[in-house]
Design a protein around this ligand. Structure first.
Ligand code: ADP
Ligand code: MG
Ligand code: ZN
Length: 444
C-alpha cells in the first residue's frame, strides 16, 4: 500500500509591542535582568486586573489580513486552564471560540515548484508564559516573558510534503518582518513551530484518526528533518501492522530522530471559559482602519516590480526577499533616472553582485558604479585614436621597447591611456587601435 503524509502547522509568533499583552510592563525581555519586567498582573497576583493592549490587537489583525483571513465582528478572550510553574495565574489568557481572524489561506510552493493553497483555520491572540531554566538540579523562573503578546496561526491539515511546510514557514517569517510585527528570530524563540503529522493510504479521503505533534523545533532545517523522519517512522509502523495513536514527540538533533514526550492518556482538558475580566472586542470598524495602514506585502511588491519596472520575475523575487532591499532598489531607480539608468540594469547589478542594499550609502554606490561604467566610458574610436597618439608621442621609450619585441611595453602604453582617461575607456578598443598604430610603423 502507498501512504501519503497529512501535515498541519501551528506557529506562534511573539509580537514586538512596547508593553505586554495585559499590563504596562516592557515586553522586550531579551537579555534583561530576570524578573525586572513584572507587575501584579503578569505575576498573576490575586485581585490584579488585566487590560488589553491595542497595539497587539492591531498587529494580530495585520497578520490575519496578510494571510487572507476574515476579521470577525466580535472577538473575545478565554481562559485556558492548566497548571505549570511558568504560569502563575493557573491559566493562560487565549482565544478559543472567538478568535480574531478566521478562514485565511496562503499559497506555498513545494520543492518541484508546484503551487498549492494552504487553508488557515485561525489567527488568534494570546500571551506568553514565564521562562524556566533548569540547571544543577534546580529550576529558575523568569517572569519577564510572562504576558508578552503571542499570536498563534493554525493551518488546516493541508500540507502533503515537508518542502511545502518549509516554504510556508519561511513565507510567514517574511510577512512578520514586512509587517514589522516581530523579528521572527527562531533562535531567540520569537517564532516557534509545531508540526502535526499523520499518514494515510493514498486515495483515502478521511483524516487519520491520530496525529503526532512535533514540538521544540527551532529551525526550518530541523523542522524539515523531523517531519521527514516522522513520515518514515509512521509508514514503517503501519506496514508492520502497528496502530498509531495521538502523541507528542520532540526532535533529537544528535540522533536525528524524534522521541516520545507525551502520549494521549496524558492529554489536557483545558476547560476553556470566557475571561470575565476583559471586555469583548468589537472589530467592525477596526478592520478598515488596519487595512488602510497595511504595508505592501512581498507577493504584491514582486508583481508590481515586474509590471512597473519591466524587470524579470526572478530578479523581482530576489529584490523583495528582504523589505529593505526592495525599498532601496526603488530609491536607486529614482536616483538612476537622471542618468538614464534603466531599472533592469540596477536589478541585474544588485542580484548578480548579491548585494543587499541596507543603507542609503550602498544605494548611492550602486547607482554611481553603474553610471560610471556606462555614462563615462569612451567608446568613440576617433577619440580613442587621438588619445592613443598622444600617449605614443609622450612615450618614445615604450614604443622603442615594443619594436624590439618587449611585450610588456604594450601594457605600459595601455596604462598610459588608462591614466589619461581615468579608466573610463573601452580597453579592448584601445588595444586594437594601439596595436594597429604600432604595427603600421606610423609612429614618431
Ligand atoms: P490542538 O489545539 O489540540 O493542537 P487543533 O484542532 O487546533 O488541535 O489542531 C492542531 C493542528 O493539527 C492543526 O494545524 C491541524 O491542521 C492539525 N491536524 C488535525 N488533524 C490532523 C491529522 N490527522 N494529521 C495531521 N495534522 C492534523
Ligand atoms: Mg496543538
Ligand atoms: Zn506586568
Amino acid at each position: 500500500m502507498k501512504y501519503e503524509p497529512v501535515i498541519g502547522l501551528e506557529v506562534h509568533v511573539e509580537l514586538n509591542t512596547k508593553s505586554k499583552m495585559f499590563c504596562r510592563c516592557f515586553a522586550d525581555y531579551f537579555s534583561k535582568e530576570p524578573n525586572t519586567h513584572t507587575c501584579p498582573i503578569c505575576l498573576g497576583l490575586p485581585g490584579a486586573l488585566p487590560y488589553t493592549n491595542k497595539e497587539a490587537i492591531t498587529k494580530c489583525i495585520q497578520i490575519g489580513l496578510a494571510l487572507n483571513c476574515k476579521i470577525v465582528d466580535l472577538s473575545r478572550f478565554e481562559r485556558k486552564n492548566y497548571f505549570y510553574p511558568d504560569l502563575p495565574k493557573g491559566y493562560q489568557i487565549s482565544q478559543y471560540r472567538w478568535p480574531l481572524c478566521v478562514e485565511g489561506w496562503l499559497e506555498v510552493e513545494d520543492k518541484e515548484g508546484n503551487v498549492s493553497k494552504i487553508r488557515i483555520n485561525r489567527v488568534h491572540q494570546e500571551e506568553d508564559t514565564g521562562k524556566l531554566t533548569h540547571s544543577d538540579g534546580q529550576t529558575l523562573i523568569d517572569f519577564n516573558r510572562s504576558g508578552v503578546p503571542l499570536v498563534e496561526i493554525v493551518t488546516e491539515p493541508d500540507f502533503t510534503d515537508p518542502s511545502q511546510v518549509k516554504d510556508y514557514a519561511k513565507k510567514l517569517q517574511q510577512i512578520f518582518r514586512y509587517l514589522s510585527v516581530s523579528n521572527a528570530d527562531m533562535e531567540k524563540g520569537d517564532m516557534r513551530l509545531e508540526a502535526n503529522v499523520s499518514v494515510r493510504p493514498v486515495g483515502q479521503k478521511e483524516l487519520p484518526n491520530y496525529r503526532v505533534e512535533l514540538k521544540n523545533i527551532n529551525s526550518f532545517r530541523f523542522m524539515t528533518a523531523a517531519i521527514e523522519y516522522e513520515i518514515k517512522r509512521q509508514i514503517e509502523a503501519l506496514e508492520k501492522g502497528e496502530k498509531l495513536t495521538q502523541e507528542t514527540r520532540g526532535w533529537n538533533e544528535d540522533k536525528r530522530e524524534t522521541y516520545l514526550q507525551r502520549s494521549k492518556e496524558e492529554a489536557h482538558d483545558y476547560r476553556y471559559f470566557p475571561e470575565p475580566d476583559l471586555p469583548e472586542l468589537k472589530m467592525k470598524s477596526e478592520e478598515e482602519r488596519v487595512k488602510e495602514e497595511m504595508v505592501e506585502l512581498p507577493q504584491a511588491k514582486m508583481q508590481r516590480f515586474v509590471s512597473e519596472y519591466g524587470i524579470s520575475k526572478q530578479n523581482a523575487q530576489v529584490l523583495v526577499e528582504l523589505k529593505e532591499v526592495g525599498y532601496y532598489f526603488e530609491k536607486a531607480v529614482k536616483l538612476g533616472e537622471a542618468q538614464q539608468i534603466k531599472p533592469q540594469e540596477l536589478a541585474n547589478y544588485i542580484v548578480n553582485q548579491k548585494i543587499t542594499l541596507a543603507s542609503q550609502d550602498q544605494v548611492l554606490r550602486a547607482v554611481e558604479f553603474i553610471a560610471a561604467k556606462r555614462v563615462g566610458i569612451i567608446e568613440d574610436e576617433a577619440v580613442i585614436k587621438k588619445i592613443v597618439l598622444e600617449v605614443i608621442k609622450k612615450n618614445p621609450k615604450s614604443v622603442e621597447d615594443y619594436k624590439r619585441g618587449k611585450l610588456n611595453a604594450l601594457q605600459a602604453l595601455i596604462g598610459g591611456v588608462m591614466r589619461k582617461t581615468q579608466g573610463k575607456v573601452n580597453v579592448e578598443k584601445v588595444m586594437v587601435v594601439l596595436e594597429k598604430k604600432l604595427k603600421s610603423g606610423d609612429t614618431p
